[in-house]
Design a binder for this molecule. Structure first.
Ligand code: HEM
Length: 113
C-alpha cells in the first residue's frame, strides 16, 4: 500500500475545487469535513512514523512566507503555470522563474553600476 498525498490532496470527493490555491479552504469546515480533510491532507505522513519535523517545518514555512510577503513583490515570470513533478515530494518541473521586487518599488533597476 502506497499512500499518495498528491492524489488525496487533489481528490474532488474531499475538496471543492481541489486545484485552486486556497489556503482559506480550511477555515469553514464542518466537523465531518474536518475529519475527512484531516485524513486527506497528509504532506507529513500520518501515524507513528509521521514526520518528526512537522512543527518545525510548518513554523519555518509560515515565517518565511510572512517575511517574503512583507518585504517582496513576487510575480510569476513563466509563460505558463509550472506543472508538478516528483515522486514523494512535488516540485515545479523546470523550476519557477519569478520576478522579485522590493515591496512598493515600481521597478527593480537591474542596470549594471
Ligand atoms: C516541508 C517540509 C517537510 C515535509 C513535507 C516532510 C515530510 C515527511 C514525510 C512525508 C515523512 C514520512 C512519514 C511517513 O512515513 O508516514 C517524513 C518523515 C520524517 N521527517 Fe519530514 N518533512 C519535512 C520536514 C522535516 C524536517 C524539518 C525534519 C527535521 C528537522 C524532518 C524529519 C523527518 C524524520 C526524522 C522523518 C522519519 C520519521 C520516522 O520514520 O519515524 N522532516 N517527513
Amino acid at each position: 500500500v502506497v499512500p499518495s498525498p498528491y492524489l488525496t490532496g487533489r481528490n474532488p470527493r474531499v475538496w471543492d475545487t481541489p486545484l485552486r490555491f486556497d489556503p482559506r479552504r480550511f477555515e469553514q469546515l464542518s466537523e465531518e469535513q474536518r475529519a475527512i480533510a484531516d485524513r486527506a491532507w497528509v504532506p507529513f505522513g500520518r501515524g507513528p512514523r509521521s514526520c518528526i519535523g512537522f512543527a518545525l517545518a510548518q513554523l519555518e514555512l509560515t515565517v518565511l512566507a510572512a517575511r517574503m510577503a512583507q518585504q517582496l513583490d513576487l510575480t510569476l515570470a513563466a509563460a505558463k503555470v509550472p506543472q508538478p513533478t516528483g515522486v514523494v515530494v512535488s516540485r515545479p518541473r523546470g523550476g519557477t522563474p519569478v520576478l522579485v521586487r522590493p515591496r512598493g518599488a515600481s521597478r527593480l533597476d537591474l542596470t549594471p553600476a
